[in-house]
Design a protein around this ligand. Structure first.
Ligand code: PRP
Ligand code: HPA
Length: 175
């Protein structure tokens, strides 16, 4: 609710022209660094979905990992890494995508999910949605069922939500 949104709002810093001119980067590192706030946002996500509503958490490199690991531990489920190209050691599925500030490739292990496993995808920020769209495709190609996409912060003016094909998106704070 409002109190959880405030935890995010109170500890996000606007950094102009990072990583390139014209982008105002939302830096959530002060939120991660504060124990009460970090616990508060993880508990807030868990409260939104409810226990037993997902079987595994997929975290998107790199800042998504921080949230995914804490959330998975709190929920008593496992965590699957969705990584930048070339990092995973075994057979992978790959998807290229565009970011607000560049282009990249994401990968997941081809055998990362049990068929129809309910997957909650986690990241820190939803911006253009390129990263999220690529991840949804990867998880589904790998046999998982995406039951939701959850972020701490949604930058609504970049329209990312529209790219997620009607999948439920939950943001603790939307700006
Ligand atoms: C950021 C952020 C999201 C993504 C959002 O990650 O953590 O993953 O961009 O942008 P989008 O909605 O426009 O795709 P980044 O690629 O900068 O990687 P990092 O976490 O490794 O710093
Ligand atoms: N902050 C963090 N991650 C991001 C941003 C941002 O402003 N834009 C795209 N990914």
């Amino acid at each position: 609710g409002d109190a959880v949104a405030r935890l995010v709002a109170d500890r996000v810093l606007d950094v102009p022209d990072f990583p390139q001119a014209g982008v105002v980067f939302k830096d959530l590192s002060p939120l991660f660094a504060d124990g009460e706030s970090f616990r508060g946002v993880i508990d807030g996500i868990l409260e939104h979905y409810g226990r037993g509503s997902f079987d595994v958490v997929a975290g998107i490199e790199a800042r998504g990992f921080v949230i995914a690991a804490a959330l998975a531990y709190a929920a008593g489920v496992g965590v699957v890494p969705v990584r930048k190209a070339g990092k995973l050691p075994r057979e992978v599925l790959s998807a290229s995508y565009e970011l607000e500030y560049g282009e990249a490739v994401l990968e997941v292990h081809a055998d990362a999910f049990v068929a129809n496993q309910r997957v909650l995808v986690v990241d820190d920020v939803l911006a253009t949605g390129g990263t999220a769209e690529a991840t949804l495709g990867l998880v589904e190609r790998a046999g998982g069922t995406v039951v939701g996409f959850t972020v701490l912060l949604e930058l609504a003016f970049l329209g990312g939500r529209k790219r997620l094909a009607g999948r439920p998106v939950h943001a603790l704070l939307t700006v």
